[in-house]
Design a protein around this ligand. Sequence first.
Ligand code: NAP
Length: 240
Amino acid sequence: MNILVTGATSGIGQQLVLDYARQGHQVIACGRNPSALAALEAGNPQVHSIALDVTKLADCKMAFSQLPFVPDLWVFNAGVCEYIDEGELDSALVRRVMDVNFFGVVHCVEAMMPYLKEGQHVAVVSSIAGELALPRAEAYGASKAAISYLIKSLALDWHRRGVLLSLVMPGFVATPLTDKNDFSMPMMISVQEASQQIRQHLSARRRFIYLPKRFTTFLRLVALLPYGWQQKLVQRWILN
Ligand SMILES: NC(=O)c1ccc[n+]([C@@H]2O[C@H](COP(=O)([O-])OP(=O)(O)OC[C@H]3O[C@@H](n4cnc5c(N)ncnc54)[C@H](OP(=O)(O)O)[C@@H]3O)[C@@H](O)[C@H]2O)c1
């Protein structure tokens, strides 16, 4: 299979590239960090790298016009996390997070449109944080809720094109992104485990991929409660 992964220079994206290449797939690793891209290519003839900043639509269009092959599976995974402290809303911070997590995916999808073919599979890495309001996550949670909505809506419109869209909703995964967190992260899984679960669910062509199962099921159940109850539970667990 031919696969493209964005955000391939670190964490989940990097692990997916290494694992898919090890399985013999041809992988295009996209990212901004040239030395991390070179390291992925070194000793991995199945890996081809392309420099790409997803916040720039022109970069995405240029990069996708130069691919060595058309991917069967596109994994739009690049993302950032920044927290709001003490509810002090900061529009510049919100814009930075939205630029990568929301518009970054929108740019990638727009740029891939000329190469879209029946039978292809597009996976977008969102987050379980988009399904439940959490403290300090005003920017990150909103960006993930927005991209999840956009992809669910797009899946309805792409249904007739024969293109499968999958949404990946991780809980906590140990990566440089979560290394920065200064709070406890229940049921966190390793990046190897995350890659294994994502690859398994993508090959089963699942549209909604929640991992790890127990933690994300619990949060999804809380998200079904009346909002006042959700708020009380979250305040009790996290703010006390
Ligand atoms: N780790 C978790 O617990 C967790 C949970 C839920 C969802 N997620 C989601 O999973 C995805 C991967 O996260 P991760 O944990 O693997 O984080 P990570 O290790 O920090 O990796 C993030 C990747 O995104 C890339 N990226 C950031 N901004 C970019 C830009 N403007 N253009 C192109 N690439 C850019 C980074 O590249 P640079 O090196 O160039 O910055 C890096 O390769 C993200 O969408 C994240 O929101 C993670």
